[in-house]
Design a protein around this ligand. Structure first.
Ligand SMILES: Nc1ncnc2c1ncn2[C@@H]1O[C@H](COP(=O)(O)OP(=O)(O)OP(=O)(O)O)[C@@H](O)[C@H]1O
Length: 758
């Protein structure tokens, strides 16, 4: 019986693959048709052809992506429930197959449902207690294109206990997925999404949704699947406005970058918090106490004051030389020009244009009056020439620049940090020690905590020059033209419904090096996204939240994180506090919604319990979660034979070697404080050359050496913690750092302690 069923499923899935192959052949044919078009020397036709070619190439790539595990589920409707429904007369089967994309046969009858459509919902949500009109759910486990196993759940609610009613769904498929070796890259979980996760994935697009969950509860996986779900369900809106996914580090982005493409979504902007200001890619972290100061909202008003203070009315009249003609610049001329320019409340650099205009007009009148008083004839027609003389006169330039200096965000921040006297004038209530925290050289690289400050400054400064404002306007018009051209081209090619105008316009832009929606969004500081996903959100400072609020004024956010894992010094200690800069005080009560995830899919029970116990002992606000499995290895603790770095590094090498003896193919994360990193890395790299990598590089190697900060959000088959005590005591949030470190393994944990000094 079981084998007959397996054969039956194999036959069905083979049919699906045949259809997939047909679609791929069609796309290839369309591509050939496009390529064989005779477009002669006409540049526009050529670029239109190339843009179409890309659409079909992308389609082929998307069909290739879903080849693996194309179909993974089947729902059988309950006959009684079916009779009650408005059953489709053509629908002669009680079965619905669920897969990575939707497929229809040549008669347009659905043969595979995209996992994101509402009809696929029961595959993830139905339980014996709430079967949602479903009689049974079947998981199809496959290897390549072949179904190797089927697993059934029959929803028969009679005789259920509460415990049974809340069991995991597709347990066999889930366990198979959870125990596979890790590769340094995250995979999608479409086939085994659990009910509590699915509810979050399908939650409404509007509003601020916060997802709290302990380590390994699938927050990242859920956030990414939610992005894919929203892009599918709200394509029109999100395709043009874009979706931004923010993660803590580049290593993390590298870890997650394959998930969305494998779900068929490529146009999402992924950025680390250090990459949120276009043109600057910050990787350096400030010392914790510096990051705290830079993260406070007080920095916003400091920046505003700093900018305002760059408008200066001279105390005394100034003597100017205008092409040999002496001219007195009275302070009231500057004061008046400043006041007039500020009336319109434009950003600083834009208002400066009016300031210069008013000041030059006043000076022109003064110069004309002076020339007349010397007996010259000056009439209205000469004013233009006089204004030009003034504009180009060196003294005038210096005087106007001193009164209202043109500023870029970078220059403002560099000045603020490098000129202690100026900072002191701006911060009379700060202690000298606090001011000293901001002090640094002008040419020091910007840090991750500087990014929101640059953005804040840019907000007040506006466009640095008129050219970039004009360029911005031109870009917007060009986009409109691209879309119109794409719509015409789609009509001409007779592929309406097959090709989206936005996609084609993206290709026009890309081919003309103007950038796709995602590229333009990433490069444009003033871009506003349709939805923003923030991962490891507990780390964000108020200033970082302010930046994100500007990127998402529609307030459509998915925020995932774990307050107990907050290790950044500037991070919040509750979600209420964290979302305050995003939703504002008035909306703090009802402007956001909170969901919780409670099942740990990553870490085996014995490791998760030890980590939770340690965290609770140190007063962290832990969300208790239940691990879905045990592993056979107990936690190993070893003590180095001495206190020196060399001895410690040797003990780590021994631990790694012992672990590789258990499993020679798995990934190992070696987590150490920044101080111990180098010695540990050199010992490992020397013993295991080519197999060991530092930081993000480690994700492509078997052994990855990194700090707890870098390990955030990542996972490994096995983890070796180096000098547990140093991690715990190394920073104000040491317990969080240790909690993060202890919850990275999927199988084994070794803790190496430093030995005592003799
Ligand atoms: N429903 C699921 N089916 C299969 N695997 C899952 C499922 N949910 C989560 N996982 C796996 O569990 C692991 C942990 O998930 P994820 O990294 O999303 O957790 P997290 O809550 O973001 O963890 P952390 O807070 O520690 O970063 C990943 O390997 C993920 O693929």
């Amino acid at each position: 019986m079981a084998s007959a069923e397996l054969d039956r499923e194999r036959a069905y899935v083979e049919k699906l693959y045949e259809r997939l192959d047909e679609l791929r052949t069609d796309a290839h044919k369309q591509l050939q048709r496009v390529h064989s078009q005779d477009v002669g020397g006409n540049h526009q036709s050529r670029s239109e052809r190339d843009a179409f070619a890309r659409v079909f190439e992308d389609r082929i790539a998307q069909l290739n992506e879903v080849d693996e595990r194309l179909a993974f589920g089947r729902l059988e409707s309950d006959a009684d429930a079916d009779a009650d429904r408005d059953a489709d007369p053509d629908d002669d089967t009680p079965f619905r197959y669920i897969g990575r994309i939707g497929l229809r046969d040549e008669n347009l009858k659905p043969i595979l449902l995209d996992w994101r459509v509402p009809q696929a919902g029961p595959f993830y949500q139905a339980t014996a207690a709430t079967p949602m009109g479903i009689r049974s759910r079947r998981h199809l486990l496959s290897k390549g294109r072949r179904i190797v196993k089927i697993e059934d759940e029959i929803f028969d609610s009679e005789g259920l206990t509460d415990d049974e009613a809340s069991q995991l769904q597709g347990e066999g498929a889930l366990m198979a997925s959870l125990t596979t070796e890790r590769t340094g890259r995250m995979h999608d979980i479409v086939a085994t999404i659990q009910a509590e996760q699915d509810r979050i994935i399908r939650s409404d697009l509007a509003g601020v949704l916060v997802v709290q969950g302990g380590p390994g509860t699938g927050k990242t996986a859920v956030a990414l699947h939610r992005a894919a779900y929203l892009l599918y369900s709200h394509r029109d809106r999100l395709k043009s406005s874009g979706v931004l996914v923010v993660g803590p580090s580049r290593a993390f982005l590298q870890y997650i970058e394959a998930v969305l493409p494998s779900l068929g979504e490529t146009g999402v902007v992924l950025a680390s918090v250090g990459q949120l200001y276009p043109g600057v890619d910050a990787i350096t972290e400030d010392e914790p106490e510096v990051a705290v100061v830079k993260g406070e909202t007080a920095m916003a008003s400091l920046i505003e004051r700093a900018i305002r203070s760059r408008q200066r009315v001279p105390a005394e009249p100034q003597q100017l030389d205008v092409n040999g003609e002496p001219l007195t610049l009275e302070p009231h001329v500057i004061a008046n020009a400043i006041a007039r320019a500020n009336e319109k409340r434009k950003p600083y650099n834009e208002a400066r244009v009016s300031f210069v205009k008013t000041a030059l007009n006043d000076l022109t009148r003064a110069l004309a009056a002076q020339l007349r008083s010397h007996g010259n004839t000056v009439d209205e027609d000469d004013y233009g020439m006089l204004r030009e003389d003034l504009r180009s006169a060196y003294d005038v330039k210096v005087a106007l620049n001193t009164a209202w200096i043109p500023l870029s965000p970078q220059k403002l921040l560099q000045d603020l940090y490098a000129r202690p006297q100026w900072l002191a004038e701006l911060t009379p209530t700060w202690s000298p020690a606090k001011r000293a925290l901001l002090r640094r050289d002008r040419d020091a690289p910007f840090t991750v905590s500087d990014i929101p400050l640059l953005d804040e400054a840019a907000e007040h400064l506006g466009e640095h020059n008129e050219r970039s404002a004009a360029l911005d306007r031109e870009n917007k018009q060009q986009r409109k033209r691209d879309i119109e051209n794409a719509e015409n081209a789609i009509r001409n090619m007779d592929v309406e419904g097959l090709v989206h105008a936005e996609d084609l316009a993206d290709n026009f832009a890309e081919l003309a090096s103007r950038g796709t929606t995602a590229e333009r969004a990433a490069a444009d500081r003033t871009w506003t996204y349709g939805h923003i996903v923030v991962d490891e959100a507990q780390e964000l400072s108020p200033m970082q939240w302010r930046l994100l609020r500007r990127r998402g004024p529609m307030r459509s956010f998915t925020i995932v994180g774990d307050i107990a894992q907050a290790s950044a010094a500037a991070s919040a200690s509750s979600w209420r506090e964290a979302v305050l800069p995003l939703v504002g005080r008035a909306k703090l009560g009802d402007g956001w919604r909170l969901e919780e995830l409670t099942v740990n899919y990553r870490t085996p029970t014995q490791i998760a319990d030890a980590a939770q116990q340690m965290a609770e002992e140190h007063g962290l606000p832990v969300t208790r979660s239940t691990s879905v499995r045990q592993s056979e290895w107990p936690i190993v603790t070893v003590r180095a034979s001495g206190a020196g770095d060399d001895v410690l590094a040797q003990a780590v090498l021994d631990a790694v070697t012992a672990d590789r003896e258990i499993d020679s193919r798995g990934t190992i994360g070696v987590i150490a404080t920044p101080a111990a990193l180098d010695s540990v890395f050199s010992a490992l790299a020397q013993a295991l050359p080519g197999e060991t990598g530092l930081g993000a590089v480690g994700l492509t190697r078997q052994v990855a050496v990194m700090t707890p900060q870098e390990a955030k959000g990542l996972e490994f088959d096995s983890v070796v913690i180096v000098d547990r005590t140093a991690i715990l005591e190394g920073s104000t949030r040491g317990a969080s750092a240790l909690y993060v470190s202890m919850t990275r393994p999927t199988q084994r944990l070794t803790i190496v302690e430093r030995g005592s000094s003799l």
